[in-house]
Design a protein around this ligand. Structure first.
Ligand SMILES: [Zn+2]
Ligand SMILES: [Zn+2]
Length: 316
């Protein structure tokens, strides 16, 4: 794979004066715009990023780290606001358990420590690994349809890996030494998605990063930007599954096999059942959602009985 910045730089130098050594990012972006007007704005931003750094490993490393921090905490923020507004309690799954500020801060601290100590060093290996497996990094980007098909496949692959790895983490010694930390919050909230032992972050991260890498090793046809979009969507899924809220307009209302927060919230509440991430099929076909289904059925029956009782009292 030719270094992305070299390709971009060659194009820019053909059309404009050579880069000044102290040109800032926006200066580089202007040169790219002038030299490659046929590119989309996103592609120009991408090209300028690699051309500005002039080092693909650092460009990919910094972008990966920033993307992870911005998307993770950015996605947690609306849930923190929702937790602070009593109006939304009607859709809280375990309605009596709203996370305190102290709990949220304790969680944020551990997540940040893990991001800076465990994930940051790994992110620097990401570009060399992509290079080794032949991921594309240049422009133009692949078509939206191709990206959507590949991402759909990654969701299925990751969900399968996660189901078995997560089930294994519930085996006595692994649970006691690793997975117990993630289960500290029996009523989860968005920030708790990555509250976990470093070993768990690595094990379950293998499903997220390993799925596209395996796909690329087999097909030799994958762009890093597709992997980024996949990781953004996977982060959204993980944070939302821990949000503790089940809104009637949530994805699971329209896609019956989508897990949603309802599924994973039960896993935190009961410590059993519902091991998958995105989809319900593994738990359904292997019967690891029987207790979850029985519990939700009991809740629904109780709610129905209460409503009937209220209606009866009104009628008297
Ligand atoms: Zn678990
Ligand atoms: Zn969880």
């Amino acid at each position: 794979m030719e270094a992305a910045y070299q390709t971009v730089w060659a194009h820019a130098q053909n059309a404009t004066a050579s880069f000044l050594p102290n040109t800032n990012y926006f200066g580089v972006l202007d040169m790219i715009k002038a030299s490659q007007p046929q590119l989309s704005y996103a592609e120009q931003l991408w090209s300028a990023w690699y051309a500005w750094w002039q080092n693909d490993v650092i460009a990919t490393g910094v972008m990966s780290f920033l993307l992870h921090e911005i998307v993770y905490f950015g996605r947690c923020l609306p849930w923190m606001i929702i937790d602070a507004i009593p109006y939304f309690r009607r859709w809280k799954i375990q309605d009596a358990k709203v996370p305190s500020m102290a709990e949220q801060w304790q969680c944020t601290r551990l997540v940040l420590i893990s991001h800076f100590t465990v994930e940051l060093p790994q992110i620097w290996l990401f570009h060399p690994m992509c290079e080794y497996f032949g991921l594309q990094v240049g422009v133009p980007f692949p078509s939206a349809l191709k990206m959507a098909c590949q991402i759909a496949l990654f969701f299925v692959m990751e969900d399968t890996f996660h189901y078995w790895a997560h089930r294994a983490l519930h085996w006595g010694p692994l649970y006691k030494h690793i997975h117990k930390i993630h289960h500290q919050f029996s009523a989860p909230f968005g920030l708790a998605a990555e509250y976990a032992h470093p070993a768990e972050v690595m094990i379950l991260g293998m499903g997220t990063v390993g799925s596209p890498i395996l796909y690329c090793a087999l097909t030799k046809d994958l762009h890093i930007v597709t992997v980024y979009v996949w990781i953004i969507l996977r982060l959204f899924q993980a944070v939302d599954a821990h949000s503790g809220y089940d809104f009637p307009w949530g994805l699971r209302t329209f896609v019956p096999f989508w897990s949603g927060a309802d599924h994973h919230d039960y896993h935190h509440q009961a410590f059993v059942n519902c091991y998958s991430t995105s989809f319900r099929w593994w738990d359904h076909f292997l019967g690891t959602d029987k207790k979850y289904k029985a519990y939700r059925a009991k809740q629904a029956a109780e709610k129905q009985a209460q409503t009937a009782l209220k209606a009866q009292k009104k009628g008297q």
